[in-house]
Design a protein around this ligand. Structure first.
Ligand code: HEM
Length: 406
């Protein structure tokens, strides 16, 4: 077992704008290196593809360190008791409750509605020559879809855009975090109370009936408590945040990648049959979830060629893995015709993204319709003036000003 690096690298704000070159440099040293994340957390960062894939299915890496269980009245209980923070058997119990709502078949039924929302946004954009593509398109599209699916009022979207940005930020102050998290929990408590009084044909109502009566999703009555109130609350906000933070950045980051690779953009315009493969390549290339969420070593482990003590944070870099030259030839290049299968943009193992079919469908409709509607899309600012959000989890633009012509 070799000890990877003696130097512990401090990752700074430059990591937010360009995590890719940081990963390339670290990977060249070793596929697993010790870092201090920009938010101050010490972690082992895995940037090699094979090692990342193995780590994501390694049962010695867990989401809940020790026997952590938050006080039921705490803010943490209301926020953290969701599937992405759980290990088996809780993970399986929680995931099963929503799995069916996101299968490829169920999601395909949303195609007409997603197309209609897309067309409406494009109509609005076509009346303006210059827009922030993020605010006008990449954000409202997935947010409207997930809100309708869950039964969250779309009109409130700007409120929870701010809350969720705070929750994934690494530079926000503890006071702002506390204020936004409290507001978000209050919002969801009120919303759940309203749906309890007046159930609707949406996922939140179905989850409430699981909580209150048994398995409302399949209609079967089950004995025993399947879902606690805090788990219901945590699930609601996880689905809302995971359901849009990510797809927003695939759409905006994907459009930017195409604008910076005009040859690939022209190729896609000339042959729309490439669209499905292009979405996969953009997932690989952009990797909207930059590093997967925290995992902890349950015990001392030998992993990726290093020895890691118990209770340490392991961060699997999905964008690092997706640009590992030992897996993808010329990984820093965008090639919409390449075979990108096996990319880790949706994770791997038991926490593999439950929303992947929905995200793929939204992206396919969004890119297809945008390119069809506008024969010319150009950046309205120099590329180096674009700003990135202060998060290691999400690689996302603050805004994307573009000029559009039919
Ligand atoms: C381009 C869009 C998306 C990307 C790149 C993405 C990426 C990911 C990744 C990487 C994970 C695993 C994280 C980890 O293991 O630490 C994940 C999990 C998850 N995603 Fe997505 N996601 C996207 C869209 C969505 C959508 C539309 C939903 C809709 C509800 C969603 C819901 C979830 C949930 C609930 C989990 C937790 C699954 C579990 O713990 O079993 N995601 N996603």
């Amino acid at each position: 077992m070799t000890q990877a690096n003696t130097m512990i690298e401090h990752l700074g704000a430059e990591y937010f704008a360009d995590p890719y070159s940081v990963h390339a440099r670290l990977r060249a040293q070793h596929p697993a290196t010790q870092v201090i994340m920009p938010g101050g957390t010490p972690a082992w960062l895995i940037t090699g593809y094979a090692q990342a894939r193995a780590a994501l299915t390694d049962p010695r890496l867990v989401k809940v360190p020790g026997d952590w269980r938050p006080d039921p009245d705490s803010m943490s209980a209301a926020l953290d008791l969701h599937m992405l923070n759980s290990d088996p058997p809780d993970h399986e119990r929680l995931r099963k409750l929503v799995n069916k709502a996101f299968t490829a078949r169920r999601v395909e039924q949303l195609r007409p509605r997603i197309t209609a929302i897309t067309d409406e946004l494009l109509d609005d954009m076509s009346t303006r020559g210059e827009v922030d593509l993020l605010t006008a398109f990449a954000f409202p599209l997935p947010v409207t879809v997930i809100c309708e699916l869950l039964g969250v009022p779309v009109a409130d979207r700007d409120q929870f855009r701010a809350w969720s940005a705070t929750i994934v930020s690494e530079t926000v102050s503890p006071e702002v975090f506390q204020a936004h998290a409290t507001a978000m929990i209050g919002y969801f408590r009120d919303l759940l109370a309203a749906r309890r009084r007046e159930p609707a044909d949406d996922l939140l109502s179905a989850l409430i009936s699981v909580r209150d009566e048994g398995d409302g999703l399949t209609g079967k009555k089950l004995i025993g408590n399947q879902l606690s109130e805090n788990e219901l609350l945590s699930m609601a906000w996880l689905l809302l945040v995971a359901g849009h933070e990510t797809t927003v950045n695939l759409i905006a980051g994907g459009v930017l990648a195409l604008l910076l690779h005009p040859g690939e953009l022209a190729r896609l315009r000339a042959d729309p049959a490439l669209l499905g493969g292009a979405v996969e390549e953009l997932l690989r290339y952009v990797s909207p979830v930059n590093d997967a969420t925290f995992r902890f070593t349950r015990e001392a482990v030998d992993l990726a060629g290093v020895h890691i003590g118990p209770g340490q944070v392991v961060l699997v870099s999905l964008s690092g893995a997706n640009r590992d030259p030992s897996r993808y030839a010329g990984p820093e290049g965008l090639d919409i015709g390449r075979d990108s299968t096996g990319h880790l943009a949706f994770g791997h193992g038991i926490h593999y993204c439950v929303g992947a079919p929905l995200a793929r469908l939204e992206a396919e409709i969004a890119f297809g319709a945008l390119l069809e509607r506008f024969g010319s899309i150009t950046l309205a600012v120099p590329a180096d003036a674009l700003r990135w959000r202060p998060s290691s989890l999400i690689h996302g633009l603050e805004s994307l000003p573009v000029r559009l012509r039919p």
